[in-house]
Design a protein around this ligand. Structure first.
Ligand code: ADP
Ligand code: ASP
Ligand code: MG
Length: 411
């Protein structure tokens, strides 16, 4: 008998029939003698629908009210799932985040979990009940409802598993595990039996939305055994593991991540003198805009170009800030593009293998894809390219690095 936290995503609870199917599945686990805590997302499309309603009323709704609004999606599914379980003769109780007391900081729409009170959940489990908890939400120290950022139900699942010292956290979704890249984009993507926390963290932060990045951080920090599985298909899914240093054969590249969430800005012809980077990026960070990749070119004639990327939502705001900065610095011009994509290759095997970058660049060159920015770290290489070539690039790299399903032991 084990204590298992199961998280079901939006598609898995996207209709009454699916909620009933989830209830059947939970019942089976319960009958096997396990203690079960279930975390659910809102029905698929619901969070977007709620955000759409808010935007019809205001371009900039206050974050506090956004959280009151978007947290309602999960309140619907916890109640419906508990009802479905009760109907099957399984005793179950639903809890919103604030009812559990999932305490967060007060950063609305991107709150971080600080503490979880396990008392109510424990009492229910001891009484033989299934506990059903709303994902994505919590409460701050002053009693305000908060949410954890898009995809945040994953983090609720892992955080509950950590707080309850569960034997496993199972993330049930609409794919049967973590793939070498998004299987909806590359048909030949291959499911991995396991992936290290470190690699999963990079994949999540570079755009693979199968797990929210905070959930992977939590699982790594609190050593929560974490598995991604299909809600309605049998299979072992993908286990997120501590690095297996004994592995004889480690693939150099484990996966390819991509995102279209960024925009690129360049200040051209900036005087190449000390303090320029801070003069450009200071006002950007003062406006609470996060900067991702940064490149400063070698100076010619005492002038240089300074390029960086921000989230696409911050593109216009950043462009406005840079117009002012450019005037003050005597820069020649500010340019920007929001039709870019970032493609990244991830793998712990990169540490011990040279030549990954050059092979990547050669592959992109063969497809006639121009690289605009490059950045690397120990276990990843990212490039910024034109958005319209993103899928082509991902497919070509997937094949070039031998990741296609029919290359090895794939299905
Ligand atoms: P849920 O609603 O269950 O949380 P998400 O849509 O958030 O589901 O995450 C599952 C989706 O993640 C899949 O449908 C898939 O398109 C996408 N995805 C992106 N990258 C990967 C990857 N490397 N492996 C598996 N799925 C991925
Ligand atoms: N419902 C929220 C979202 O769509 C949280 C989640 O699904 O994980 O982002
Ligand atoms: Mg998700």
């Amino acid at each position: 008998m084990a204590l298992i936290v199961q998280k079901y995503g939006g598609t898995s609870v996207g209709s009454v029939e699916r909620i009933q199917a989830v209830a059947e599945k939970v019942k089976t686990f319960k009958e096997q003698g396990h203690d079960i805590v279930v975390v659910v997302s809102a029905m698929s499309g619901e969070t977007n629908r709620l955000i759409g309603l808010a935007n019809q009323i205001s371009e900039m709704p206050t974050p506090r009210e956004m959280d009151v609004l978007v947290s309602t999606g999960e309140q619907v599914t916890i109640a419906l799932l508990s009802m479905a379980l009760n109907k099957l003769g399984v005793d179950a109780r639903s809890y919103t985040g604030p009812q559990v007391r999932i305490v967060t900081d007060d950063a609305y729409m991107k709150a971080r979990i600080q503490e979880i009170d396990t008392k109510n959940m424990r009492a229910d489990l001891d009484a033989g009940r299934v506990v059903v908890v709303a994902g994505f939400q919590g409460v701050d120290g002053s009693g305000n409802i908060t949410t954890l950022g898009r995809g945040g139900s994953d983090t609720t699942g892992v955080a509950l598993a950590a707080a309850l010292k569960a034997d496993e956290c199972q993330i049930y979704t609409d794919v049967d595990g973590v793939y070498t890249t998004d299987p909806r984009v590359v048909e030949k993507a291959r499911r991995m039996d396991k992936i290290t926390f470190e690699e999963m963290l990079e994949m999540a932060s570079l755009g693979s939305k199968v797990l929210q990045i905070r959930s992977v951080e939590f699982a790594g920090k609190y050593k929560v055994p974490l598995r991604v599985l299909h809600s309605f298909k049998e299979g072992a899914g993908t286990l997120i593991t501590i690095e297996d240093t004994d592995a004889v054969e480690q693939p150099i590249i484990s996966g390819i991540a991509f995102n279209r969430d960024e925009a690129k800005l360049t200040v051209q012809g900036v005087p190449d003198i000390p303090g320029v980077a801070s003069k450009i990026l200071g006002p950007v960070s003062a406006a609470n805009i996060e900067v991702d990749m940064i490149v400063q070119n070698v100076a010619a004639d005492g002038n240089t170009d300074f390029t960086f990327t921000v989230h696409r939502n911050d593109y216009k705001k950043t462009l406005n800030i840079l117009q002012d900065v450019a005037k003050q610095l005597g820069a020649r011009e500010v340019k920007g593009a929001n039709d870019i994509a970032k493609v990244s290759m991830v793998g712990v095997g990169m540490r011990s293998h040279a030549g990954v970058a050059s092979k990547m660049f050669e592959c992109l060159a063969n497809e006639n894809i121009n690289i605009q920015i490059i950045s690397t770290s120990e276990i990843k290489i990212s490039v910024v390219i034109s958005e319209k070539y993103m899928e082509l690039a991902v497919r070509a790299l997937h094949t070039a690095f031998g990741l296609d399903a029919d290359d090895k032991d794939g299905e």
